[in-house]
Write a protein that binds this ligand. Structure first.
Ligand code: 5GP
Ligand code: ZN
Length: 119
């Protein structure tokens, strides 16, 4: 069924507590944890507890949870004190854009200068 946990999904395993992660925040609908290979001083992944392959699929099926995800990312940006200088929320979508885990995740990046346009 749509949104159900997938046995072969790394981030479903993190949601279930079967794979350890450095948790930053948990809500009823989301889990946030530090990226294992950080690309900035603050690099947090914010994911929905439900499984959808990417941000657009999540938004189509679960608009309220999508809003939760963005709100939580903003809350963490404030808690990590990266909101003054500025931060970036990224959803890599598709292999060509660098997506490697096909469970929706927002990258929250900050704490250093962020170039525009991104690579
Ligand atoms: P993507 O490349 O799909 O946009 O992002 C996947 C992210 O997950 C990468 O930044 C990668 O470093 C991170 N990642 C991959 N495996 C793990 C893991 O086991 N634990 C954590 N905390 N992050 C992971
Ligand atoms: Zn999943």
């Amino acid at each position: 069924m749509a949104g159900e946990p997938q046995a072969d999904c790394l981030f479903c395993k993190i949601v279930a507590g079967k794979v350890p992660a450095t948790l930053v925040k948990e809500t009823e609908t989301t889990v946030a944890f530090r990226d294992i290979n950080p690309q900035a001083p603050t690099h947090v992944l914010v994911i929905p507890r439900v499984h959808y392959a990417d941000a657009a699929a999540l938004a189509a099926a679960e608009p309220v949870i999508t809003a939760d995800l963005l709100r939580v990312a903003g809350e963490i940006a404030a808690e990590e004190k990266i909101d003054d200088h500025g931060y970036r929320i990224v959803f890599n979508t598709g292999v060509g854009a660098g997506q490697t885990v096909f469970h929706t995740h927002a990258h929250l990046l900050g704490g250093r200068g962020l170039q525009w346009p991104p690579g």
